[in-house]
Design a binder for this molecule. Structure first.
Ligand SMILES: Cc1cc2nc3c(=O)[nH]c(=O)nc-3n(C[C@H](O)[C@H](O)[C@H](O)COP(=O)(O)OP(=O)(O)OC[C@H]3O[C@@H](n4cnc5c(N)ncnc54)[C@H](O)[C@@H]3O)c2cc1C
Length: 481
């Protein structure tokens, strides 16, 4: 309903682009606010986004594998603040088990078993010191740097394969990139606000979804509680988002055009950075600079299924290759706590190494990872796997990576600009727009709530300025050259 080109209060129409955690929780928030004239537009055939489970395994030996998010990271301590993903997991009886990342682990190098748990423990201390020193820098108003700068200043300089594997395990597997590529301060707060109860974090605990319905069940079940069939369009890929002061039109790849008063775009940072979706008019410079200044990292889980388990009985095996980041992290699903008897183990790569892996054929990757297993287990003849699969998150035009990471050249004002609406009509939410929990499921959840709450206020007021942004992100003091 339009009067003089402006939406009438309350019955404004909203297109929520993307049906991941942020999109579904934003829809629920609008619904709770009494705004029901919305549609979720999703390219895939189901809700969940990067909560992406699949059936994996040889005929008759199939299991549910989590290609994307796998853990509730930071759950709840006593009756302290709960990770909302953990609350959903409990609400829907999601089958999970604690994953003892540091307590149930054995270590290897390129010649076989090699006990360097003492080195790993030193890495744990180095990481803790890194986060404490970051907090002190914030208190003193000191500039950010890379996490590598932090490590070096704190004396963690050794580069043996064992040290590199340990550091990788503590750092890169959380942020999807190296310490060189990551902000010292932001990586510390993202960790602490999730895990450290002293600063409001949830719990130092990781619960792995082992639910046969898939981790995505929690968001699909939550949607089923409020979403009407006419409020969801699946199999609908967005090509163009046209926005103006008076409304929005969204053009699908099919050519169909959807009109609305407001749009909430929850596409990943990777999608926004690429040209898969076109904005008309182009996004303003302040927005584009913010989008291009954060990084979309890639995190790749490579799944192998064997006739029989021949590897470690712990939950984790850490492998120290002379090349940092080369197939370092091995996690067993064939474990009494997870999927016993499954014959499944998965190996993780991140960052540039993941991009390299994505560029290879499946056969080449399989050959490489079998070579690493042969190095880890020199006395075992490694059999051919009965099933092999890995997702190519970076190449996927619906994601263009796995989760956002915060580089040291990304400033707080960039982040405000990334989050801010463009004009009255075009809004953004997702795991990248979360300052405290970027890259986490709970970051996407909180953004779904917070941004949709702001939108609802705006809609009810019949229009608004919305969130603040700055036209130019500048240095506190000009560079003097
Ligand atoms: C490999 C991997 C491991 C991870 N591990 C964890 C973990 O253990 N714990 C954790 O907390 N987080 C983890 N994450 C991060 C977590 O999955 C994300 O933070 C969260 O799912 C992001 O939700 P979102 O709604 O912001 O975005 P998305 O889930 O990306 O939702 C956006 C939706 O938009 C759709 N879309 C994109 N382009 C278009 C288009 N053109 N037209 C229509 N629809 C489109 C997509 O299909 C998608 O459904 C992981 C992610 C990955 C990939």
């Amino acid at each position: 309903a339009w009067v003089d080109g402006r939406a009438l209060k309350k019955d404004a129409s909203v297109l929520i682009l993307g049906g991941g955690v942020a999109g579904v929780i934003a829809a629920r928030t609008l619904h709770e606010q009494g705004i029901t004239n919305f549609t979720i537009v999703e390219a895939k055939s189901e809700l969940g986004g990067r909560l992406a489970s699949t059936t994996f395994g040889a005929n008759g030996k199939e299991f549910t594998a989590e290609l994307g998010a796998n853990w509730v990271q930071g759950t709840q301590t006593g009756d302290g603040p709960a990770n909302p993903i953990w609350s959903l997991a409990q609400k829907y009886g999601l089958k999970t088990h604690q994953n003892d990342w540091l307590g149930s682990i054995v270590t290897y190098n390129a010649t076989g078993p090699d006990d360097y748990l003492d080195v790993l423990n030193e890495s744990v201390d180095a990481y803790t010191n890194l986060t404490i020193a970051a907090g002190a820098r914030v208190d003193k108003g000191l500039v950010d740097g890379t996490a590598r700068t932090g490590y070096s200043l704190l004396g963690a300089k050794s580069r043996t394969p064992q040290v590199m594997a340990s550091e990788y395990y503590l750092f890169d597997t959380l942020f999807g990139q190296t310490p060189e590529e990551s902000s010292w301060i932001a990586s510390s707060w993202a960790y602490n606000f999730t895990y450290n109860t002293d600063v409001g974090g949830f719990a130092d605990d990781n619960q792995m979804s082992i639910d046969p319905r898939g981790f995505k069940h929690i968001i699909q079940a939550e949607a089923a509680e409020f979403l009407q069939p006419h409020q969801l369009r699946t199999n609908s890929t967005v090509k163009t988002i046209k926005h103006s002061d008076s409304g929005v039109s969204v053009v699908l790849v099919s050519g169909e055009v959807l009109h609305a008063d407001y749009v909430l775009c929850t596409f990943s940072l990777g999608v926004l950075q690429n040209d898969d979706v076109v904005f008309e008019p182009a996004l303003p410079d302040w927005k584009e600079e913010a989008i291009q200044s954060m990084t979309m990292a890639t995190y790749t889980k490579i799944f192998l299924q064997f006739e029989e388990k021949f590897w470690f009985n712990t939950e984790v095996g850490l492998y120290a290759d002379p090349e940092r980041g080369r197939y370092p992290l091995w996690q067993s699903l064939d474990h009494e706590n997870f999927l016993p008897g499954s014959g499944i183990v998965f190996v993780t790569t991140t960052g540039d190494y993941s991009l390299r892996v994505e560029s290879l054929s499946d056969e080449q990757v399989q050959e490489e990872v079998l070579g690493v297993l042969a190095a880890m287990f020199p006395n075992t003849t490694i059999p051919a796997p009965v099933a092999f699969y890995f997702p190519r998150w970076n190449a996927d035009p619906l994601f263009r990576g796995s989760f956002p990471n915060w580089p040291s050249s990304f400033f707080s004002e960039h982040h405000e600009n990334l989050r801010a609406n463009v004009g009255e009509r075009l809004w953004f939410a997702g795991d990248a727009t979360s300052q405290k929990y970027f890259g986490y499921l709970h970051g996407a959840y909180f953004e779904g709530v917070d941004v949709a709450t702001d939108m609802a206020k705006c809609i009810k007021a019949g229009g608004c300025v919305g969130m603040k942004h700055v036209q130019k992100v500048t240095n506190a003091r000009p560079c003097q050259v």
